[in-house]
Design a protein around this ligand. Structure first.
Ligand code: BJ8
Length: 423
């Protein structure tokens, strides 16, 4: 890691804090990931990426910037990364899954009653410990929940923050708004990067990002087998890394992993015992390095086989139709994808209930853990109707509210153990 100090210094990182932040990562990663028995060989690539998490990829982005290519960051699966790729740039989904920068963020934000993801997002920038933030030209925020839309006003003091107005319904007028917002972002990227987004390039970008979605779907398809050929924590890690790896390389490496997993499925080989309790996690996102819940489930003998989250199926299931020839048609298609993502920030949001019931069947799950980041009201409010629908199908469910700290690990462990025993 020391070999990157010069680059980090140039980017303006707080090296001392950055060292403190990264210090526990290798041990944690070793315990949770590397020590798994019978792990797929192709996980080597992702181990390598995590092993140099603030190094090689950041270096690539610095090089991209030298060539005049934009680096644009975001926090939500609605932000169309295709536009960034069509401008010749790199789109980075920033992490916000750590407790480390939360105390710093609390200097600007309420100490209680606020989602940890929001605090973590701002804290990474305030602490200057994320090179991806520092290498970004600007951040794209969105008006999803109230906390997020207000934090952009504060983040803008630290880094230019452009805000997309995300509709809250799926009405025709809301779709028109979303389409005009995608157009507005396109113009903003063009102005800031000096790159014109042409139909031909956007068509290629749409295909490329759809391929990334396809390979993630292929990975998830292998998890439908019993025994599951890959652990839930490894699958989660792969989705987390999909947000900032180079898309073409990610597709190549993940395709190679899928080939290995498909052979395992054929041979009936798995990461866990056949018949291990199969869990679907539904709810709020788990950005890097938020691995706590998966760790607890799998260390207690269960296996996570699917995530209905934005670090799961909400990231890749909805695709952009590829037929658009003109920019107008393509932007209409980009808007279409957004309307097929069922985030709890929409009202009504009945399709999310259908999604969860469908996933529970497709992945043949024994139970659902409804994961709610503390103080996320929209997801919390949807729990009752979702649990009712699941119970109606005789699928056991519990709700777990948590943050990114370890303070509740013991209590969560007891609840998860009891749930796994019950199913
Ligand atoms: S599409 S889930 S990434 S908004 S920040 S809403 S957890 S209180 S993240 Fe999200 Fe886009 Fe929706 Fe997905 Fe709740 Fe926290 Fe708000 Fe959050």
């Amino acid at each position: 890691m020391k070999k990157h100090y010069q680059m980090w210094e140039k980017l303006g990182l707080n090296l001392e804090k950055h060292d403190q932040f990264l210090e526990p990562l290798p041990g944690l990663y070793e315990d949770l990931f590397v020590s798994q028995e019978n792990r797929p060989v192709a996980m080597e690539y992702y181990d390598f990426v995590v092993g140099d998490i603030h190094g090689i990829r950041v270096k690539e982005l610095v090089e991209e910037k030298k060539k005049g290519n934009p680096v644009i960051s975001s926090f939500c699966v609605f932000v169309p990364e295709e536009l960034v790729a069509a401008a010749g740039g790199a789109s980075i989904g920033l992490c916000a899954g750590s407790q480390f920068p939360v105390p710093t963020a609390e200097r600007e934000l309420p100490g209680s009653d606020l989602c940890p993801l929001i605090k973590s997002s701002l804290g990474f920038k305030m602490d200057k410990i994320c090179p991806y933030f520092e290498v970004s030209d600007f951040v794209v925020g969105e008006t999803t929940c109230d906390g997020k839309k207000k934090v952009w006003e504060i983040l803008d003091k630290y880094i230019p923050t452009y805000v997309m107005e995300l509709p809250q319904t799926k009405l025709k007028t809301a779709r028109q708004l979303w389409e005009s917002e995608i157009n507005r972002l396109k113009e903003y990227i063009e102005e800031n990067s000096g790159r014109e987004i042409k139909a031909e390039k956007l068509a290629k970008a749409i295909k490329l990002i759809n391929k990334k979605r396809d390979v993630l779907q292929r990975l998830y398809n292998t998890r439908k087998a019993d025994p599951a050929p890959i652990s839930g924590r490894d699958a989660l890690l792969i989705t987390q890394l999909a947000f900032f790896d180079d898309p073409a390389r990610f597709i190549e490496k993940t395709s190679a992993l899928c080939e290995e997993l498909e052979i395992r499925v054929e041979a009936g080989e798995g990461i866990s015992e056949k018949g291990a309790a199969r869990i679907l996690i539904a709810g709020t996102p788990m950005p890097l390095p938020s691995w706590k819940i998966h760790g607890l489930i799998e260390q207690n003998g269960g296996v996570v086989v699917c995530e209905e989250t934005c670090t799961g199926t909400r990231y890749f299931e909805a695709k952009v139709p590829e037929g658009g020839k003109t920019l107008e048609e393509q932007i209409d298609n980009l808007a279409e994808r957004g309307m097929n993502i069922n985030c709890a920030c929409f009202t009504p949001n009945e399709a999310r209930v259908d999604d969860i019931l469908r996933l529970a069947k497709e992945y043949n799950v024994d139970g659902v853990i409804y994961y709610n980041l503390q103080f996320c009201q929209t997801y919390n409010l949807e729990y009752k109707k979702i649990s009712k629908a699941l119970k109606g199908e005789n699928i056991p469910v519990i709700q777990i509210e948590s943050d990114f700290s370890d303070s509740d690990t013991g209590q969560l462990n007891t609840r998860i153990q009891a749930f796994l025993e019950m199913i």
